[in-house]
Design a protein around this ligand. Structure first.
Ligand code: GLN
Length: 284
């Protein structure tokens, strides 16, 4: 008889070579297989598995052993206290991106009770836009993406949180689909150099959401060059970056918005993670 305990032990051993969180991965995959919470799986270690459950679990573990992310295998990921549907059409939301959300919330609160418009460029799963909408009841949001598939995932997540009236999805390239200037532009654009990224990420996550070109800066160049025309006079732009890109992105922002105040924010690991620029209300 194969119990939960046996199955978890074998799967953990199998996943150790590909995952730093092998035990956790195994628990999440088994919970998904059984339709249980992870807490229940951990508590009921002597519960027997049927041959059919063992086979379904083994299939998931085999895919994880090929470095497929757990979030895709179970179809969801937690971000900023939200549970989001994810699949191969979208980048999996990363915890580092919560820094961008926190800064954007702080920036939006400068507007007090006044309404504010926000654009999330490269909306992907909707993680950033939904987190902002949930915390900023006076905000109206746009979510732009080049990927029709990503917009389908975002739409499902937006519907799940009943935010259809607050977040408008637009298909297209960077700022071009926006109807006019906004108070806040936020973006986690593709910024990696593809041949330098983690193998599991490279093999399974959408390159459209990751590939920042030869130096990782392609999207920032185009986005920042276009930003002045899409920002209100006191508007701000907040961009997630790779830890090595702060100086280059700060430079691009100074060039495009010479009057703006510019800053860099670190993530919890102390790495540069967000670059921001705030327009000063000058006559242009
Ligand atoms: N942080 C992601 C990674 O390193 C990249 C996200 C992005 O390119 N926007 O895998």
């Amino acid at each position: 008889m194969v119990t939960i305990q046996h199955a978890l032990r074998a799967a953990t051993a199998q996943l150790r070579a590909v995952s730093e969180t092998a035990r956790l991965d195994a628990e999440l995959l088994l919970a998904h297989t059984l339709g249980w919470s992870r807490a229940k799986v951990v508590a009921e270690r002597d519960h027997p598995l049927t041959p059919e459950q063992q086979a379904r679990f083994a299939a998931l573990v085999a895919r994880r052993a090929e470095r497929e992310p757990v979030a895709y295998l179970i179809g969801r990921r937690e971000f900023f206290g939200l549970e989001l549907q994810v699949d191969r059409r979208v980048l999996i939301p990363r915890p580092e991106t919560e820094v961008l959300v926190e800064l954007a919330i702080a920036e939006a609160r400068r507007y007090g009770d006044a309404p504010i418009t926000i654009a999330d460029i490269g909306v992907g799963s909707g993680a950033i836009a939904i987190a902002l909408a949930m915390h900023l009841p006076r905000a109206t949001l746009y979510g732009v993406d080049l990927s029709a598939g990503a917009l389908e995932v975002a739409a499902a997540n937006i519907a799940r949180y009943h935010l259809q009236d607050r977040i408008t999805l637009l298909e297209g390239d960077l700022l071009a689909p926006l109807p006019g200037p906004v108070d806040l532009i936020v973006s986690n654009p593709p910024y990696t150099i593809l041949n330098e990224i983690d193998e599991g990420v490279y093999r399974h996550e959408p390159h459209l959401a990751l590939d920042g070109g030869p130096d990782g800066l392609d999207c920032y160049r185009r986005l920042i060059a276009a930003a002045p025309a899409y920002l209100t006079p006191k508007g701000a732009i907040l961009l997630e970056i790779g830890a090595w890109q702060a100086a280059a992105v700060v430079h691009l922002l100074h060039l495009a918005l010479p009057q703006a105040e510019v800053g860099v924010q670190q993530d919890l690991a102390g790495r540069d993670r967000v670059v921001w620029a705030r327009n000063l209300d000058v006559i242009r």
